[in-house]
Design a protein around this ligand. Structure first.
Ligand SMILES: Nc1ncnc2c1ncn2[C@@H]1O[C@H](COP(=O)(O)OP(=O)(O)OP(=O)(O)O)[C@@H](O)[C@H]1O
Length: 244
């Protein structure tokens, strides 16, 4: 199977403090990778190095067989990125933002269909600023999918969505995955990770403390529920106890 993302021995420090140490990833076409870890574990830094918006201190990354820094222009057409807060004009409407985004890409997806799939077609002519948090979150996922990318990076996938909207997002992503889309996601919801991810990488203070499937994570932990296994690996459990 085609390798869509490869990361080898990637490390990155800020002012001498290690944020990511020796990260290794290998993601094949149509797979969903979950990059997990507590706040500050190094997820965003890893993703920024993968996208080429930050330069790693050492190691190498290939996305679709290309170098994210030197081949940025070519990759731009095939890589989708969901931002938590995109840069848009305050009064812009949903349809205008979708049109503007589509215009940048060579083979954009039909955004009307995406608005339908994600259940916000009736918001088409609303100003983005008037959307609810959950609707805006769905719009940002749609903007990441408009390029018709081969790989998409989704950050805190369903934060802010209600239970029904989350399940709908999962279903839509599962369909996209069946059509060959490769997905890299970060999430703090372990039910979501269990449903969507083929492979997970758990980071703790920048180090990879687990890499494998959800079932392997459970098997290697003293627990039989994934959420408990995750907390055990990531040490979020200990931190929570400290705060009680
Ligand atoms: N620009 C920066 N300058 C200095 N330190 C930084 C910078 N960005 C991140 N860090 C530090 O690097 C470490 C990893 O941060 P990062 O944002 O990658 O974590 P994260 O797992 O994405 O966290 P969160 O879940 O809170 O988004 C943290 O200790 C953070 O304080």
């Amino acid at each position: 199977m085609e390798e869509i993302l490869k990361v080898k021995q990637l490390s990155k420090s800020y002012h001498g403090n290690r944020a990511v140490t020796n990260l290794n990833l290998s993601v094949k076409k149509g797979m969903v990778l979950g990059l997990l870890g507590a706040n500050g574990a190094g997820k965003s830094t890893s993703i920024e190095c993968i996208l080429g918006t930050k330069k790693p201190d050492s190691g190498f990354v290939t996305v679709l067989g290309k170098n994210p820094i030197s081949d940025r222009k070519q990759l731009f057409q095939n890589v989708g990125v969901q931002f938590q807060e995109a840069n848009y004009q305050r009064e812009i409407k949903v349809d205008e933002l979708c049109d503007e985004t589509s215009a940048i890409y060579k083979n954009p997806k039909d955004w009307h269909n995406l608005l339908k799939q994600f259940g916000i077609i009736e918001k088409e002519s609303c100003a983005v600023k008037d959307l609810s948090g959950g609707e805006r979150q769905r719009l940002f996922i749609i903007l990441a999918l408009i390029p018709n990318p081969q790989i998409v990076f989704l950050d805190e996938l369903t934060t802010g969505l209600d239970a029904k909207a989350r399940k709908e997002v999962w279903k839509t992503l599962d369909n996209l995955k069946k059509n060959g889309l490769t997905i890299i996601l970060t999430s703090h919801f372990m039910d979501e990770v269990e449903v969507l991810c083929d492979i997970i990488c758990i980071l703790k203070k920048g180090e990879t403390v687990f890499y494998g499937t959800v079932n392997e994570a459970i098997a290697k932990s003293p627990y039989d529920k994934f959420e408990d296994a995750y907390l055990w690996f990531s040490d979020e459990e200990g931190r929570q106890d400290e705060n009680i």
